[in-house]
Design a protein around this ligand. Structure first.
Ligand code: HEC
Length: 465
């Protein structure tokens, strides 16, 4: 919350300060302390500070000064800050995109010699939580230690850890913090009901049949999808879901660029029933040297039961993902995936969306169809970039009887610079060179509503990040 408040406060200050340069203030009087730092605090330091994903810190003048010219290039090309929502649709409370006046300020500062200015003009340092957290957790659960080798493919691995929460607990924010960001492709968690057969700390995965390029060989038709198990035995997705204490699949994820899930912004909370266990779904990518990751999960905890409940969902195409349906042809630059389809059985408030695809992901569009038949695009990401997994926070009333449809396109042509091989068909799969069409979303409902009945996700709900 602190971060959110700081952001709003600085937004006001920033807008005020940024009006000057393009009008009255001569460029040479623009300084880091007075004009630039407020913008960095609001739009950049979330990633550009120690312990976060950006390689350099913009907390102070010394660290920032050498980057002045690079900043100018990165912001005028809109490469930074990363933000992919088409401004023609929707309103997003975490919109990091710079205003034109802010771009003008930083450009003028870089052009005018990148002066430091008077320290007395500097705003107070933004209050970032310690130890690289985005939230200030009330409670921290240690995750499993994972040794990532220098090379090789690591299948998704599940490890169960105890939550240590012996009473029903309403959490108001959730953050997963890996220690080795360079190798962490994603970590997702789900809360499951404890059963006596569960073994803590035991990594479980399934060695998949893969061809020489690393792509998973299509499974014989009709075979149930085996996923890494929770209790030392492989279980399939349905069983894992049946053990989940919350509907909607995963309860939280770390993916590069994603902000911590903060339900306080929506005045809502999420319930973790007493004695739940936490399944860590781990996916690492080797980077040529061995690394060890020791992730943690932090929560803030509600003082009293909330009025409103937050629920997150991960979905996939309604028709399923088997290789006859989900097959991106070689050299196809604009393959349309079958849509994901979600029905709202209760009034709800849609508060969060996160498009997820892999290297061939091109665009994703979320659409609402109201009971009247009227349609509205609520998020359009026209140029998806796998390197940035961004969540878009919004606030849309969705009446009971509405439908949400999500469409996506994939680029399996050579003009997609991330495409590892345009000459092969691409199927649904866990690895980045396979594909996913996985629109995540989050809703808030009255805490009295049965969470399991709020929405119907058509087809099989999604596998995750
Ligand atoms: C969501 C996290 C995030 C935010 C917010 C963010 N950055 Fe970055 N930035 C990164 C990461 C990660 C890199 C390194 C990888 C890359 O260049 O894509 C980077 C790289 C850069 C670079 C080097 C670019 C290059 O071409 O080498 C500059 C300059 C930069 N950022 C400036 C900014 C500025 C200025 C802001 C705010 C207006 C900002 N960034 C906001 C994550 C972020």
């Amino acid at each position: 919350m602190l971060r959110f408040v700081v952001a709003i406060f600085l937004a006001a200050v920033g807008a005020f300060a940024a009006d000057g340069p393009s009008s009255t203030i001569p460029p040479e009087s623009i300084t880091f302390n007075k004009d630039v730092l407020p913008i960095l605090q609001k739009n950049c330091q979330g990633c550009h500070r120690p312990g976060q994903i950006a390689p350099m810190s913009f907390l102070d003048y010394q660290g920032t000064r050498p980057w002045a010219k690079a900043m100018k290039a990165a912001i005028t090309s809109r490469k930074m800050p990363p933000w992919f929502a088409d401004p023609n649709y929707g309103h997003f409370s975490n919109d990091r995109a710079l205003k034109q006046s802010e771009i003008d300020t930083i450009v003028a500062w870089a052009d005018g010699g990148a002066k430091e200015g008077d320290p007395k003009d500097a705003p107070p340092p933004a209050a970032w939580p310690a130890d690289g957290w985005q939230i200030q957790p009330d409670y921290i659960v240690k995750g499993p230690r994972y040794d990532v080798p220098a090379t090789g493919i690591m299948e998704w691995t599940n490890v169960v850890m105890p939550s240590g929460l012996t009473e029903d607990t309403w959490i108001t924010s959730l953050e997963i913090k890996p220690s080795a960001l360079q190798v962490t492709h994603h970590i997702c968690i789900r809360f499951i009901a404890h059963t006596p057969d569960i073994k803590y700390g035991v990594p479980v995965w399934v060695d998949k049949q893969r061809d020489e390029s690393g792509s998973e060989l299509p499974r014989p038709k009709g075979e149930r999808q085996q996923l890494p198990g929770v209790a030392g035995v492989a279980v399939d997705d349905r069983e894992l879901r049946a053990r989940s204490v919350n509907p909607g699949g995963l309860d939280g994820c770390y993916v590069p660029g994603l902000q911590a899930a903060d339900y306080r912004v929506f005045n809502a909370a999420k319930l973790i029933p007493a004695n739940s266990d936490i399944v860590f779904q781990l996916h690492y990518t080797a980077i040529g040297k061995p690394m060890t990751d020791e992730p943690e999960v932090g929560f803030t905890i509600a003082k009293e039961p909330p009025q409103r409940r937050f629920i997150s969902y991960n979905t996939q195409p309604a028709v399923g993902t088997d290789s006859e349906v989900f097959r991106i042809p070689p050299n196809d630059g604009n393959w349309a995936s079958p849509p994901a389809e979600i029905l709202f059985n209760e009034d709800a408030q849609l508060v969060w969306m996160m498009p997820h695809m892999h290297l061939r992901g091109k665009d994703m569009t979320y659409r609402l169809e109201y009971p009247s038949g009227e349609q509205q695009i609520i998020l359009n990401v026209p140029h998806y970039d796998f390197n940035w997994q961004l969540g878009y926070y919004t606030d849309i009333k969705v009446p009971k009887g509405s439908r949400m449809l999500v469409d996506a396109h994939f680029d399996n042509s050579p003009s997609n610079k991330f495409n590892p091989d345009p000459n092969r068909p691409v199927y649904y799969g866990d690895q980045t060179w396979e594909e996913m069409m996985a629109p995540f979303f989050g809703i808030v409902v009255d805490a009295k509503v049965d969470p399991k009945k709020v929405v119907t996700v058509k087809g099989t709900p999604g596998r995750g990040a």
